[in-house]
Design a binder for this molecule. Structure first.
Ligand code: COA
Length: 320
């Protein structure tokens, strides 16, 4: 009997949070000792300091809030259990977006404990969630892989789908004719039907995953202090939501959802111009975001600058 005979994959629960954290921090030197216990170094950091290193999975407190929010949305979190120990965790969101995404299962996060990689556990979890996706009649599994995991996904049948480039917008002081801009409460984002809105600016995750981050996955971290401003934009038959996130310690960032039949350069240009105009109105020196690579060449260089930063790739595995 091999190790893998004892591997099982089941839905995560709040009781699992301590072990889930240990999986996610297993790469960070000095945070776990040789017995997989939290070190003095880990204990000396506060929740915010750990969160800034890698998000809610870095502390039990934030992990529990996050897993709770995630499961309450009816999204799925699974753990891989080997000999009664949690060795991996995956979180997935059923998505429906305009093409080329369509109906897919989006991998929000996926981590195998450092000491248990390369034994087939990750591939096993992928088969498990692919089965789940097929049962929901979804067409594909999509992810935005960490740099070091590309080969793993390619081996498992994933192919590159789209590339996003990081940019910054500088303030632009001219109002755009015929465009109405209205600030609306954050809960207005609940009206977004993700199957009809293109999410191509600020796509640091799938459409629902970013809406989840903005609307639902909130943490009390005064040092970070995220503040969102939501604007509803309308012109002709088009509609868009534009979200600016401000923080005490991070650069302002931008996310937009655009409703139209087909995306065109003209529409994307207008939205980017509106965002730069809002940066000016809000007194922001710059706003960071990312945009689909093929639009870059057509944006106004006066207020759009490419910044040094990792490109973002989406990978897709078609399900048959
Ligand atoms: C990527 C990851 C989930 C794969 O899980 P896994 O259990 O190691 O994967 P498997 O054993 O099923 O497949 C191993 C293959 O993945 C690749 N791989 C990628 N990163 C690896 C790593 N750190 N260690 C071992 N294999 C790795 C190798 O190509 C390997 O193929 P090989 O055995 O023929 O050499 C896991 O390595 C991991 O958690 N990495 C760090 C976090 C991460 O990148 N997560 C993905 C975020 S989207």
């Amino acid at each position: 009997m091999t190790d893998m005979d004892d591997l099982s994959i089941r839905e995560a629960k709040l009781d699992d949070c301590m072990q889930i954290v240990k999986v996610h921090i297993s790469d960070i030197n000095d945070w776990l000792d040789a017995h997989n216990e939290f070190t003095a170094r880990y204990k000396s950091l506060d929740v915010t300091e750990r969160w800034m290193r890698g998000g809610p999975w870095m502390s039990i407190e934030t992990c529990a809030i996050h897993i709770n929010n995630f499961i309450l949305k009816e999204y799925k979190a699974y753990v891989a259990v080997l000999n009664e120990k949690i060795v991996g965790e995956i979180e997935v969101i059923p998505e429906h977006e305009p093409d080329p995404y369509n109906k897919n299962l989006y991998i929000y996060v996926f981590w195998i404990h450092k000491n248990f990689r390369g034994r087939g556990i990750g591939s096993n979890i992928l088969s498990h969630i692919s089965k789940f996706a097929r049962n929901l009649n979804l067409n594909s599994v999509i992810t935005y892989p960490e740099e070091g995991s590309m080969n793993f996904y390619i081996k498992n049948g994933f192919k590159m789908l789209e590339k996003y480039v990081q940019i910054k917008l500088l303030p632009y002081d001219r109002r755009i004719d015929d465009v109405s801009i209205e600030e609306v409460p954050i809960k207005t984002l609940e009206n977004i039907d993700t199957s009809r809105y293109y999410f191509i600016i600020g796509r640091y995750g799938s459409s629902s995953s970013m809406l989840f981050n903005i609307r639902d996955d909130r943490f009390f971290l005064p040092k970070v202090n995220f503040k969102y401003k939501v604007y509803q934009i309308a012109w002709q038959d088009y509609k868009a939501y534009l979200v600016i996130r401000k923080s005490n310690i991070m650069k302002p960032s931008l996310y937009t959802w655009i409703k139209c039949d087909t995306l065109s350069r003209r529409i994307v240009n207008i939205i980017v111009k509106v965002a730069a105009y809002l940066a000016n109105r809000e007194g922001l020196k710059e706003i960071h975001t990312c945009i689909r690579e093929d639009f870059i060449a057509f944006l106004n260089k006066e207020f759009v600058k490419i910044i040094d930063g990792k490109d973002i790739y989406y990978y897709k595995r078609q399900l048959i």
